[in-house]
Design a protein around this ligand. Sequence first.
Ligand SMILES: [Zn+2]
Length: 138
Amino acid sequence: MDERVKSSVPADPGHWSEKSKHSISYHYKREYTDIDYVCWRCKAPSVFTAEDQKYTFEVKKASVDQRRILCGACWSESNKIRALLENCESEWVTSKKRLQRDSDFLKRWLELLVQLEEYVPYKPDIAKKNMLKKLLSA
Ligand SMILES: [Zn+2]
């Protein structure tokens, strides 16, 4: 690890989400400081910067318990996969009868679910994977 100087920015917990305001840190948080971490997927050394924390918790109103586990590149890749999965889900809802027999569609969906597992420390959707495998083997 390099000896990069960590930067800090003042915190304004008054801008946190209502839920975050009920956390203990609401009473003592005075500033954000860069948080070093290693990407869970590619192991790249990464920083959840103080500025980014301020934006995440005070503008986007994310829970202050939220921690980063992915580097920027893996994070945006995982979001792409999630968006494609949402497309599959909504196609499925509208055309289930037809898609049940569309093995290209089923394979693509299954592939996306498997890909997403690389980016999250839990198995996201085992039930759906099993359903797709079953339909593919039918
Ligand atoms: Zn990464």
